[in-house]
Design a protein around this ligand. Structure first.
Ligand SMILES: Nc1nc2c(ncn2[C@@H]2O[C@H](COP(=O)(O)OP(=O)(O)OP(=O)(O)O)[C@@H](O)[C@H]2O)c(=O)[nH]1
Ligand SMILES: [Mg+2]
Length: 370
């Protein structure tokens, strides 16, 4: 596979040669992939680019892409665009230039890809991996808390390291996500790229890494705001996925149906009819409302249209009759045992039981996935 190692740099002149040597040493024995290196430098004032240019004279598979400083996320995207358009990259490897990422593990990344991984994550938080002992306590806390919020907040707890920048991924994830990713910067870029790739079905494999503190130069990423940004991301994504989830929509539609059902029941009781009749009529009207709203919204991606709707409505109604019978039966049994005045309690119980019945039939039968 044609692989491109993308190394973003900003003022890394003291590190870059050591890193390039390390990458070439580690990858020269690898035969299964044709590897090139692309340094994406944001015209560093310390003239990192000059050092790379002189290195290129002896190493034909080292490339340099210059740009203006727009942050790490943008630099990576620019590097990947160049990798795809000019270098024919099928696989990207991403690593920091400051010697925090040990190139010796690169062959392991490639082996994971060969075994079918789509997205390899260099992980500090699995057995065999580590964060620097000499990191200040606040930095350790930021990193651990940030990663824990993301892991459990997004609900993909099998991935342990979300914010690191030592990764390998197939080009498809860049191709499909590039326009979506421009709005994320810094650590959020790393989180969003991995998260969105997983949502597209990427098989993630973590390889343990020891993260060493940078030896030369200065850190560029400020931890301030970091936890807040991570928290906002997780919250926003969670709300989006909840709103999109069919069970949430089913509950909203069901609440509307419940209101219709209740108003009819109470109206019938008030004009002197038996609650069983009120309950069943209300339930039927709620069924009609549920069918229309679930079809238009809850299961919109499996929407039933045209003449099939008539047949489906009959099927839906038949299925929902189960809920009507459950509700009527619960009210009948309850009021027979505890007197007519207890009907509200058994109405609620019947609604609860009917809800389980309905959701199961709607998602498995009426709007079943094909
Ligand atoms: N091209 C480019 N590279 C950047 C930019 N910001 C950071 N980098 C590079 O991205 C990598 C990671 O940045 P670092 O500053 O090391 O961030 P960090 O690893 O979180 O923090 P320290 O290791 O403490 O410095 C390094 O190779 C940087 O040179 C940027 O705006 N443009
Ligand atoms: Mg670093």
């Amino acid at each position: 596979m044609k692989a491109v190692v993308i190394v973003p740099t900003y003022n890394e002149r003291d590190n870059i040669i050591l890193l390039l040597n390390g990458i070439l040493d580690a990858l020269t024995p690898v035969r299964s992939h044709a590897v090139s290196i692309l340094v994406v430098d944001d015209t560093s004032p310390d003239k990192t680019a000059d050092v790379v240019r002189s290195y290129q004279k002896k190493h034909k598979n080292v490339f340099l892409l210059l740009g203006k400083k727009e942050g790490l996320g943008r630099a990576l995207l620019r590097g990947m665009a160049y990798g795809r358009e000019t270098m024919g990259a099928e696989l990207f490897i991403q690593m920091d230039a400051d010697l925090s990422h040990d190139p010796k593990v690169l062959p392991e990344f490639l082996e994971a890809i060969d075994r079918g991984a789509d997205f390899v994550v260099g992980s500090r938080y699995i057995p065999g991996g580590s964060i620097p002992e000499n990191w200040a306590v606040h930095r350790k806390i930021y990193s651990i808390i940030g990663n824990t919020i993301v892991r459990f907040g997004l609900g993909y707890s099998y991935v342990h390291d979300w914010t690191g920048g030592f990764r390998a991924y197939r080009h498809t994830y860049y191709d499909r996500l590039k326009s979506d990713l421009v709005r994320f910067s810094g650590y959020l870029f790393q989180i969003a790229f991995l998260h969105r790739s997983i949502m597209l079905g990427a098989r993630v494999v973590e390889v343990p890494i020891h993260f060493t503190d940078r030896r030369f130069g200065h850190s560029k990423i400020a931890p301030s705001q970091y936890i807040r940004d991570v928290f906002h991301y997780v919250l926003r994504e969670r709300m989006k996925s909840t709103f999109r989830s069919s069970f949430f929509r089913f509950c909203v539609v069901g609440t509307i149906g419940f209101i219709i059902n209740t108003v009819v029941l109470e109206g019938f009781v008030r004009i002197g009819l038996h609650p069983v009749i009120g309950g069943m009529t209300g339930a039927e009207l709620a069924i009609i409302s549920n069918f229309i709203l679930n079809n238009a919204w809850t299961f919109s991606e499996r929407r039933i249209v045209g003449r099939r709707m008539i047949g489906k409505f009959i099927q839906f109604n038949t299925a929902s009759i189960g809920a009507v019978i459950i509700q009527g039966g619960t009210i009948a049994a309850g009021t027979a045992m505890y007197g007519i005045s207890s009907y509200r309690l058994f109405y609620l119980l019947g609604v609860g039981l009917g809800l389980i019945w309905n959701y199961t039939l709607y998602s498995r039968v009426i709007w079943k996935k094909h």
